[in-house]
Design a protein around this ligand. Structure first.
Ligand SMILES: [Zn+2]
Length: 206
């Protein structure tokens, strides 16, 4: 847990720089339940059933998510990463062999991108070298093993960076906040909290 307290300290130092992206306020309202959302897709936590993981950085986190609606799950290297939603693998990289807190390491981050039926895409980043177990063109089910977590790319410690985005006609790609099935129900995840996956694989809505 020493790494976690170090990161907490870093957050305190730089927490004055906050994103002005309007999505940030929208996500806060979703997390609090101030905006009701009964219709969006329910994602599965991207790790094995019965396991719990710590969200070390959440949406628009001041460390490296200033403009990103992304989640960082703390994960030891070598942890199985599972698909949060079914889809088709459209891009991947697994030959990156460097990682650390230098921007020039960003290009070495290994990843898998899965396209979903509604044309949105999910990305899973920082996988270990040769740590992708699916191929481009594969159809993957929700909960299918897709990769092995690592620490490649621009990263302070081993974790999984998860992000969803979609294309909007006449506009750029837009980031999508996602709700997850957790043991305590369906939640928009927050930083600094543990989230546990149910032992069973079925997805309940409440
Ligand atoms: Zn991240």
């Amino acid at each position: 847990m020493r790494v976690v307290s170090l990161i907490a300290f870093l957050f305190l130092i730089i927490s004055c720089s906050v994103s002005r992206n309007p999505l940030r306020e929208q996500i806060k309202a979703l997390q609090k339940g101030a905006i009701k959302d009964d219709t969006s897709f329910v994602y599965q936590l991207p790790f094995e059933p019965g396991k719990k993981r710590f969200v070390v950085q959440g949406y628009f986190g001041a460390f490296s998510h200033k403009e990103r609606a992304a989640l960082d799950f703390k994960m030891k290297k070598g942890t199985k990463v599972l698909a949060a939603r079914e889809g088709v693998v459209i891009r991947l990289r697994e030959d990156g062999d460097k990682g650390g807190l230098k921007k020039e390491y960003r290009q070495f981050g290994n990843f898998v991108i899965i396209q979903h039926a509604d044309s949105s895409r999910s990305g899973y980043w920082h996988l270990q070298q040769n740590g992708v177990v699916v191929n481009v063109g594969d159809t993957v089910k929700q909960g299918q093993w897709i990769g092995i977590s690592g620490n490649t790319g621009y990263t302070a410690f081993p974790h999984l960076h998860f992000i969803v985005w979609k294309s909007v006609p006449g506009s750029q790609w837009q980031q999508v906040p996602t709700r997850f099935q957790t043991q305590k129900g369906v939640r928009y995840l927050r930083a600094w909290k543990w989230y546990k996956r149910n032992n069973s694989t079925e997805t309940k809505t409440k």
